[in-house]
Design a protein around this ligand. Structure first.
Ligand SMILES: *Cc1c(COP(=O)(O)O)cnc(C)c1O
Length: 409
């Protein structure tokens, strides 16, 4: 008899985006003339940078001739030309020294943040922020690190750390010891960033508790303020306790191309049950190379082009488009009396719903009166109740139109 992995049956139904879809479809059926603008889903809209497109075209041509044809990317960890560009541009430029082989190129930060837990024991206690990017939680449910979900969708055994306005939406380390800590800065969904002091507090906690920090920096490229850390490795001692995830998805519009990377430092340790320290790097390398066979050469050539002078300039121009949207959303909504957060170092605006409305009530009001779709904060966790996420990834003309409609709410 084939048995199902019952951990998967613990997952509460993927509720948020299907429910948004259902409400939008209903509305459109009843209001076929309505021109609905989406500021809901976190996907990019601007085309790839020309320097990236050219590099990918050249790579295709190389694959077409015998002399430069390429098969497997040896080991699947990424070509040296890309890993060198990563080490030099994303880290050395910020005072962080990494070896090439601490970089693992992959097809996405969602798979990486989801897969990384596999190399850690199933008895580890997981801590996540509330509200949270659901991937961190669901993949640990699948792995059997949790019990069942309660009626507000929180799983037994997971430590939820409320990210509250009074702490700038940066959760505080928990009172009890935990083992695997997921942090995401700049944050999806709140748009918050952690200061050096915030991250130093987390690194100190992880060192004290022999825990690991899984640091998702998918939105690093959107940081605009000078004193905000871009990498957790800017904090002294972080290499012994942290893994970092980056992605070209939001940075370079690669959500449909697929390229990302993880940093697993050689100094990082985990422990056997008897307390013996073990190097994490070779364990992840074994996992990565056993279950993954590399990102296409064409894609890696495109990712590397994001580090050329032209590429850098062009992807910054695209980020500027999104961040101009974000600035406009912040400014217009503030003028209208909304309490807004985020949108300065992240493409997300996190707003307090007006009149004490619940997140879903505000969703319905916005859809019905303004024909604008956003994301109810409570969909990311109970501490998101009373908040609402707008993304700055919409096209500028749609953002302007949406804001005019907000004014008429
Ligand atoms: C968009 C996003 C990612 C990127 O995932 P990819 O698989 O690289 O597209 C990672 N983390 C968060 C929090 C995100 O919002």
């Amino acid at each position: 008899m084939i048995q199902i992995n019952e951990n998967f049956l613990k997952l509460s139904a993927g509720y948020l985006f299907p429910e948004i879809g259902r409400r939008v479809r209903n509305f459109k059926e009843q209001n076929p003339q309505a021109d609905v603008i989406s500021m809901g889903i976190g996907d990019v809209t601007q085309p790839l940078a020309p320097a990236i497109v050219e590099a990918m075209h050249r790579a295709v041509d190389e694959m077409a001739v015998q002399e430069s044809f390429k098969g497997y990317d040896d080991g699947g960890v990424g070509y040296d030309f890309l890993r060198q560009a990563i080490v030099d541009n994303d880290f050395k430029a910020r005072g962080v020294d990494l070896d090439l082989d601490e970089v693992f190129v992959s097809d996405g930060a969602k798979p990486d943040t989801g897969n990384m837990q596999e190399i850690f024991g199933t008895d580890n206690v997981v801590a996540v922020a509330d509200p949270v990017y659901p991937v961190y939680v669901d993949t640990n449910v699948m792995a059997g690190r949790t019990g069942l979900a309660n009626d507000i969708g929180q799983y037994e055994g997971v430590v939820y750390m409320p990210a509250l306005a009074e702490h700038g939406f940066v959760p505080l380390p928990p009172e009890q010891p935990v083992d695997m800590i997921y942090l995401c800065f700049p944050n999806n969904p709140t748009g918050a960033v952690a200061t050096k002091e915030d991250l130093a507090r987390w690194v100190a906690y992880a060192r004290e508790n022999k825990a690991v920090i899984l640091f998702d920096a998918a939105y690093e490229a959107f940081i605009s303020e000078a004193d905000v850390p871009h990498s957790i490795y800017e904090i002294e001692g972080a290499k012994e306790v942290a893994i970092e995830f980056r992605s070209y998805s939001k940075t370079a519009g690669f959500t449909g191309v697929r390229c990302a990377y993880s940093i697993v430092p050689k100094a990082l340790k985990a422990y056997k049950q008897d307390g013996t320290a073990v190097d994490v790097h070779p364990v992840w390398k074994r996992r990565h190379c056993t279950k993954f066979n590399g990102v296409s050469y064409i894609t890696q050539a495109g990712a590397a082009a994001s580090y050329t002078p032209q590429g850098k300039k062009q992807i910054q121009e695209t980020i500027d488009v999104y961040m101009t949207n974000a600035g406009l959303i912040r400014e217009s909504l503030t003028k209208l009396g909304y309490q807004v957060y985020g949108g300065v170092n992240a493409p997300y605006i996190w707003l307090k719903t007006p009149d004490g409305l619940g997140s879903w009530d505000f969703f319905d009001r916005l859809l019905q009166k303004a024909n604008v779709v956003g994301t109810p904060g409570v969909g990311f966790g109970p501490a998101g109740e009373g908040y609402f996420r707008l993304t700055a990834f919409a096209r500028p003309e749609h953002v302007r139109e949406a804001l005019e409609r907000f004014a008429r709410l």
